[in-house]
Every structure is written in C-alpha cells, then in structure tokens.
Design a protein around this ligand. Structure first.
Ligand SMILES: [Zn+2]
Length: 673
C-alpha cells in the first residue's frame, strides 16, 4: 500500500495521523456507541497503520492502538500502592438511612449541597493513571491500600483510551477510577463456552470479570469482552474543576467511557425519586446494576467532610434489596455436571420472581443442606441476584407442619447408577465413571485433546452429533467408528471422514502416559500421569496399588491417591480399560523410557524459540524422560534451555545462577539416552 520511497520522517507523520484517526473512531464506537465509519473502513485504517509500523518498527510506541494486546503472559502481578486509598463506600438498603446521610452532610457543611447520583454497576473497581496524557498504570483495588498492577489486562479494554483526546494541561496526569464489568451477553457467551469445554462456570458477571482480570495472559483477557465505566476522579485535577459532575463531563469529551445516566440532584427527595425510577428500569440494561451511588458533588465540600477510617463521609451506596420469593420445596434432585460434579437442586412449587417463573434453585452441596437444615416439604426463601440460577437462602421454619422429610444424600449417580464419591476436604460428590452419559461429551473431548490422545478432527460439533446419535457411549466406541457412518453424518465429507478415521487409528500408537491422562481420572493431570507411569509402569500395577503405595510417590498426595483408588474401584472403568486394551491402546510403558535418565527428577524451563521443535514438544520430551517442565524460573530450577530471542526468564536464570543450556546442548543431553 505504501511505496518504498516513504522515508522515516514521512512515515512518522503518517503514523501519527492514522493513530489519531483510529483513536477517534475507537471512541465513537466503544465509548459513544455512535460509529461514523463502517467496520470495513476502520479495518483498512488499522491495517495501514500495522503495515507502516511493521516497516518502521522503531516508531511503535505503547500508546499505539495496535499495541493493546501483547507481550508474554506474566508470571505474577506486581504490587502497587494506591497513593489515594481506594476506600469502599458505606452501604445501605434503607431510604431512612439515605435521609440520615443527607442530614449528616448538611450538618457537617452547614448548608445544602448538590448530589451526583450514578448507577452502581456490579463489577470490579480499578484505578487508571495517566502521565503526559498517556495511560501508564492500571491497578486493581486490592485491599484499598495495595493492589495489583494489571495494566497489561486493562489495555485490552478498548473503551480505555491509551492516549487522552485533549490538550487540557490539568488532565494530563490524572487518576481516574471506574468499574470493569462483563456485559450480560458476554457473560452468557463465556459461560456457554466454558460449559462446552467442561470448565466450571462463573456464578455471576462480577465473578467472571474479577476472574478475567486475574488472568496472567492478556490475550485471553482480550477475548472475553470486558468493558468499563469511569465514575470517580479521586482528587481535584486543577482549579478549573470545582464540580465532580462537570469533571466527568469533560472526561467523556476526552475519550473516557463515563458511566451513563448520571443525575445531579439538589434535594434528597429528588435522589430518592431517582432510586425508585431505576429499581425496575435497571433490568433492561445490558449490565448488572445493584444500586445507586450518591455523592456530594463539589470537590471542596468533599474535602471539608473528609473520611472515616473505612469510607468517605461524602458518599453512600444505596443497594436494591435482593429479589426474593417464598415457595414450597417439593423435592431435591441431583444434577450431574459435565465433569462429574454433583449438585443438589431444589424442585420448587413454581413461583414468580422478578418477571420469570422459577421452579428450580440450587442448593450448592450436601453440607449446605445440612447447615441450613433444609427438608423436603419446607417453605423456603429463594433469591435471585446476578446469578444464573436462583438459590435457596433460608427456610421458614415457622411454617413447618411436621410432615417435612429429611433428605438423605444418595450414594449413586442418578444418571449412570454407579457409586459416587466425596474426597476429604471437598464439598462436592462426584461421579467418576468415564462412561457416565452425563459426562460423556466432555470426557470424549478431553480424551481426544492434544495432550491426551491427540485425535485431530474430533471436536465439539462432531462429538455432540456422535453422542446424540448414540454412536458413542464410551471411549472404546470411538475405535468402532467406520468411514461410511462418519461420511453419512451431515456436513462431513468422505475425505474428512477418512482423515478422522486415520487420526483415530494413529492414536493407538500413543504412549501409556497419554492414554492414562486421557482417561480423565479426577485430579490426575499430565504431571501426575507421568509420576504414576514412572513409578508403576503399567495400569495393572496401578490398579493393584493400595493407598499407601500411591501416596508414597513424591508429588502424589493422599487425596490424589484416594481419587485414583475411587476411579479404579468403579467397575465400569475397569471394563472400559479391558476393552481399550483389546483395541490395542498401550497400558504399559516401554522399558527404555523407564530407565533412569539424566533428566530424571530435574526441572526444566524453556525460554525463547527453539529451532528444532516447538516448546510443547520439548516439554513433552522432558516429561517422557522423567523430568519436569515448568513455566517459571526459581532457585529450584535445574536447567533453563535458551532458544532464540529469550525472554526475561533468561535474565532471571543468570541472576539466580541457574544453569543454562543452549538448544544444541539440550539436544545432546536428550539424544544420548
Ligand atoms: Zn454417572
């Protein structure tokens, strides 16, 4: 697109022009939700900028819109100190207390004031710092005094300006606070994806947002679709800004996504009226709102009122009461999740709760039922917060008739009728049958995954179909599939059917350690699988081992040992293994691998790019030879293998005096075995 004669000076000008344009359109799209160009035109601008930056890499700066996602995953977050403490607000559910707050304010100041009233979004509080108009630091609230430096994750939120769109000197070095949240739609999408993958789902959008901000890999953060509303400027930015409300307005024009529906009220009656207005209206918003925040508007008045130890005297949060209803509990049933986790569910007399009819609610786990003394036939209070399904929060014991029945937690899986287990220290009962119909889809996906049997082409869509058509009921059925049946399945051509059959057959060559991991024994990851294979060598010996034998292995604790025992005590699993053996899967390790190698028991960390193999392959090789691959360098690391363009791990290894190996030396070490 750009001719070669563009020199670096011209490029610099053009880059500046493009960035300004892109930032403006970002703002129109992500902050104002009023785009003025098409996505296609936007992509063109973005590509142009990327291209130029690639040709002149020295001109790339962190505030470029192309630099939102990137960098290696972090090892941990740095701790930062909040110069101005991030205090929490006083909470109240009562109108009277809002009036009392107003009286205290008036008494303290000796006059009436304006209140700035904003929606209270149920999210995660963060602080953004700007220097010279550029976004330099983003931090979580933490304990209010110390938080985590989560800049890398916050940069991925497109509504956060990397560079301010203003020349106002008073705003150049500002701190702005806000609430990171996950819109309801993104939350549902994320949970659907997690359910498919057999991962635990998030209870509500706030937990999901908090969990996402804690991820060390910003690429994953960028995928999840976090958003932000700015609502607080903790310190007066300069003499031009006396009103917080006016300051926020100015911030909106400077590129920030300021929380919408702010209202300036001159009396407390007006405030209470606004609270009433939003009680129902908030349901229609695309994000969770659990109350309103009422703040004295003028910076000067805020300063005069000051703080208590815990919270500012010039603000209060009004929270809407949780939505509750009373109904009769007709039965308790068990639900089996995709990972075998068993949850007791209350079957309720249908009742209307904030617009929807509720007939089921979660009871969490066995202990929770005992702790709340919940009996079948009881009248119970159910509550709906931001949660996916409502929960039972209390029993109305006054309404007991004497006919209520104690619930005895069943000892078998309601779906496959196999025995269920609860490990010491765990709250949940679990079905550990690899062929349990409730879990089979997730189990097959795990079985076929790359670190396990590595069957390419056996993905979610096809597994879903095969299971629903009854063609796969357990792992051994995979090996009974034929090309013709597969080709007849909708949208699957002859060629891809044959490819899948080939991949399935090839998977029979996998080493025992992969097969063992593929079984999906609870608590047994790839590392524990390696430990077991090295210690026992065959599945028969693992089956015969008792708890003491198992827990004596370094790295296998008591609970893991118990988990292994439970798995092999399940008859269906033993039968499954016999069938898989007949098919030709490997259930013992070859001798040469079990021999003591120079890698045995040694910890390896890889940094930089290897030229002879991928990092995953190298890690797998280390594992096969009895070593432990790790992702971070510590004093306990034995070797750091250094490839091309090594990262910070190399520096750390040198600093700690850990032995480093060039790729060649590493290859020599593994080839001599
Ligand atoms: Zn089951």
């Amino acid at each position: 697109m750009y001719n070669n004669f563009v020199n670096s000076k011209q490029a610099k000008q053009e880059i500046a022009r493009l960035r300004k344009k892109i930032n403006y359109h970002n703002y129109r799209y992500y902050v104002l939700d009023e785009p003025v160009i098409s996505d296609l035109e936007y992509d063109k601008l973005y590509k142009k900028l990327e291209e130029l930056e690639q040709r002149f890499p020295r001109l790339i700066t962190p505030d470029s819109p192309t630099q939102r996602v990137g960098g290696e995953p972090l090892k941990e977050f740095k701790t930062i100190e909040h110069k101005i403490k991030m205090l929490s607000l006083d909470n109240t559910y009562s109108e009277d207390e809002v009036r009392e707050f107003d009286s205290r304010v008036k008494k303290g100041l000796g006059k009436a004031v304006n209140y700035e009233v904003t929606l209270k979004v149920d999210g995660v509080a963060v602080a953004l710092h700007y220097r010279g108009g550029k976004f330099v630091l983003g931090a979580s609230r933490g304990d209010g005094v110390y938080g985590d430096d989560i800049t890398q994750n916050l940069r991925t939120i497109k509504a956060i300006p990397l560079r301010l769109m203003t020349d106002d000197k008073e705003l150049m070095n500002i701190e702005v606070r806000g609430e990171v949240f996950l819109p309801k739609k993104s939350f549902e999408k994320l949970n659907r994806e997690r359910e498919k993958k057999g991962e635990p789902i998030f209870a509500n959008p706030r937990n999901a947002a908090a969990g996402t901000l804690k991820l060390l890999d910003s690429t994953e953060v960028a995928r999840r679709g976090l958003d932000i509303f700015m609502h607080t400027v903790p310190e007066i930015p300069g003499p031009h800004y006396q009103s917080h409300y006016e300051t926020l307005k100015k911030l909106r024009d400077s590129g920030f996504k300021v929380i919408p529906h702010i209202k300036l009220c001159s009396t407390i009656d007006e405030v209470l009226e606004y609270i009433k207005q939003w009680e129902e209206k908030r349901e229609a918003l695309e994000y969770e709102v659990d109350g309103l925040v009422i703040k004295v508007d003028a910076f000067r008045d805020r300063k005069a009122l000051g703080f208590t130890i815990k919270s500012p005297r010039w603000a209060i949060a009004y929270k809407y009461p949780a939505r509750q209803a009373i109904t009769q509990l007709q039965d308790i049933q068990l639900q089996v999740g995709r990972t075998g986790r068993i949850t007791p569910v209350a079957i309720l007399d249908p009742v209307l709760l904030s617009g929807t009819t509720i007939s089921r609610a979660t009871l969490h786990n066995e202990d929770e039922i005992k702790r709340r003394d919940i009996k079948i036939g009881d009248y119970v209070i159910i509550e709906k917060g931001g949660e996916v399904i409502p929960k039972v929060v209390n029993v109305v014991k006054e309404r007991r008739s004497g006919k209520e029945r104690i619930f005895h937690f069943p000892k078998i899986c309601p779906v496959c009728k196999e025995k269920i287990y609860r490990l010491p220290g765990e709250a949940d009962w679990r079905c550990v049958n690899s062929s349990c119909p409730a879990q089979i889809k997730g189990a097959i996906l795990h079985f076929a995954s790359r670190q396990a049997m590595d069957i390419e082409g056996l993905g979610y869509v096809i597994v879903d179909k095969l299971v629903c058509m009854g063609l796969i009921k357990s792992f051994d059925d995979i090996y009974k599939l034929d090309g013709e049946t597969l080709a007849n399945i909708e949208r699957m051509g002859k060629k891809s059917a044959q490819n899948l059959i080939d991949a399935i057959n090839e998977s029979k060559n996998n080493e025992f350690v992969k097969v063992l991991y593929a079984l999906g024994i609870p608590n047994i990851g790839i590392n524990a699988s390696n430990l077991l294979v090295n210690a026992f060598g065959s599945v028969d010996k693992i089956i015969k081992a008792n708890i003491e034998d198992l827990s004596q292995i370094q790295g296998i604790g008591n609970i893991v040992a118990q988990s292994i025992k439970n798995y092999f005590n399940t008859k269906k699993n033993i039968r499954l293994i016999e069938n898989l053996k007949k098919i030709g899967l490997k259930f013992s390790a070859e001798k040469k691998i079990r021999k003591k190698t120079p890698l045995a028991g040694k910890t390896f960390v890889f940094t930089g790019e290897l030229s002879s193999m991928s990092r995953e392959e190298a890690q797998a090789l280390v594992r096969t030879l009895g070593g432990h691959p790790s992702s971070s360098v510590s004093k306990k690391t034995d070797y750091v293998v250094v490839g091309g363009n090594p990262g910070s791990k190399y520096e750390r290894a040198k600093k700690l005096g850990v032995k480093t190996l060039a790729e060649k030396e590493f290859l020599k070490l593994v080839k001599n075995i």
